[in-house]
Write a protein that binds this ligand. Structure first.
Ligand code: FDA
Length: 396
């Protein structure tokens, strides 16, 4: 075997977490190699945020993450913060802006972030091997042995940064979960998150006609509520409010949507009744909601179109309840094909929150999305990738 094939650190996955970890490890003088199954590095970064990469969120805190152990992410997030990553972006003079709710996006292109990572890799001396098919991993005499493309490689520290299952056409595989199981680590059930929800067949027939309608709402499932925009699609509901709530939704649960979160509908109708008693209910409601949605609700006879003066307090309350609590039972989600993240994964109880190393398997590290830590929509998932990658890079 040539010396080239013996490494201090091998990182599997040239995504956000893997590259960041490799940079830190190499800065410490560790001879570091990154292996990836794709043709280029940072493929998800390139397509993230509509091509502009929402690379972090200025309000990042542990409260923005889902995990069976809510405390696990605290250590990494506090040691490498959003401000640290922002400082790096500024050092590279990458222009960026806050879009909304603390979400930072590149002004120009996500390519800027990938190029920054590539330059950091080059500076630190990280080697990267692409289009690698890892066929076997074994542990013997304190070292890991990897078989890839007919080459045998060994390393003292093996870092798994192979991500989750979302976007299988971008190279996502179950490699990280399988490897965790191979080494006896518990893997929590996985499911698609930050994903559109689909209609039941009856609802589809009703609502597919108003696909394209969007409005600000609050969406609630299992006690968690998000105020953002919602979009009707041919197959179900999408938009940030629904993507956010999808991570909290479980099959069989209902989602409750407040279609008029900023205006109390009963009070609005009472006021309109006084000012414009002859105005039709439909006309009044289109001041609150998109016209096509109002027409759809009327079409279902959920309430009758009539002059406002005909409404009594009880009927105003009934209409208000309908609009403030629009309940729907999703058939399911669009699945990994369109999901932004994979919920669940390597059980955090198996890992040190300080180093990301497996407690019972020396030299084996898990970082990024493969771990059971999932952020909300809005740059939190990349921040977890940077933070978990950075801490592992200090120890691997
Ligand atoms: P990531 O998936 O990025 O990288 C894993 C790497 O491992 C990939 O390169 C993969 O090819 C490789 N790999 C997998 N299996 C392998 C194997 N068997 N052998 C070798 N290599 C293997 N988040 C955010 O904060 N802001 C945003 O704007 C967006 N936008 C966004 C858009 C879309 C369309 C998606 C799908 C996702 C987002 N996300 C996001 C989520 C974010 O992209 C995600 O959380 C991080 O990329 C996770 O980083 P990782 O490095 O853990 O995995």
């Amino acid at each position: 075997m040539s010396t080239e094939q013996s490494w201090d650190v091998i990182v599997i996955g040239a995504g956000a977490a893997g590259l960041f970890c490799a940079i830190e490890a190499a800065k410490r003088g560790r001879k570091t190699l990154v292996l990836d199954n794709g043709k280029r590095i940072g493929r998800k970064i390139l397509m993230s945020g509509g091509g502009r990469c929402n690379f972090t969120n200025i309000y990042t805190s542990p409260a923005n993450f889902l995990s069976q152990n809510k405390h696990f992410c605290k250590s990494a997030l506090s040691r490498y913060t959003q401000w640290d990553f922002i400082a790096l972006v500024q050092q590279y003079q990458i222009p960026y802006h806050e879009k909304t709710l603390g979400q930072l996006f590149c002004d120009d292109s996500a390519k800027d972030i990938v190029e920054m990572l590539q330059q950091e890799c080059d500076k630190a001396g990280v080697k990267i091997a692409l289009q690698q098919d890892i066929s076997a991993v074994a542990f013997a005499d304190g070292h890991y042995q990897l078989q890839t493309n007919g080459i045998s490689r060994t390393c003292a520290s093996l870092v798994i940064a192979s991500g989750g299952l979302s976007l299988p056409n971008l190279g996502a595989t179950a490699f990280g979960f399988q490897l965790a199981e191979q080494f006896g680590l518990n893997v929590l059930p996985i499911r698609a998150g930050l994903v559109p929800l689909t209609w039941q067949p009856d609802d589809k027939a009703l609502y597919e006609e108003i696909s394209g309608v969007a409005l600000p709402v609050t969406a609630e499932a299992n006690g968690t509520l998000f105020p953002e925009d919602m979009l009707f699609t041919h197959r179900g509901l999408s938009g940030p409010a629904i993507l956010q709530i999808s991570s909290f939704w479980l099959p069989g649960d209902a989602v409750t949507v407040n279609l008029s979160p900023q205006q109390n509908v009963a009070e609005f109708l009472a006021e309109m009744q006084q000012k414009h008693p002859d105005q039709e209910l439909k006309t009044a409601l289109t001041r609150l909601l998109p016209k096509r949605l109002v027409e759809k609700l009327l079409e279902q006879n959920l309430f009758t179109n009539q002059p406002l003066k005909a409404l009594n307090p009880k009927s105003r309350e009934r209409i208000a309840d309908l609009l403030h609590q629009f309940v729907f039972k999703p058939n399911g989600t669009e699945g990994y094909r369109t999901a932004e993240v994979t919920l669940g994964g390597v059980d955090t109880n198996e890992l040190s929150s300080k180093t990301m190393e497996a407690k019972n398997q020396p030299g084996l590290y898990f970082i990024g999305e493969v771990v059971d830590v999932t952020g909300w929509l809005g740059g939190y998932n990349f921040q977890w990738a940077w933070s978990s990658g950075w801490v592992a890079g200090q120890y691997c």
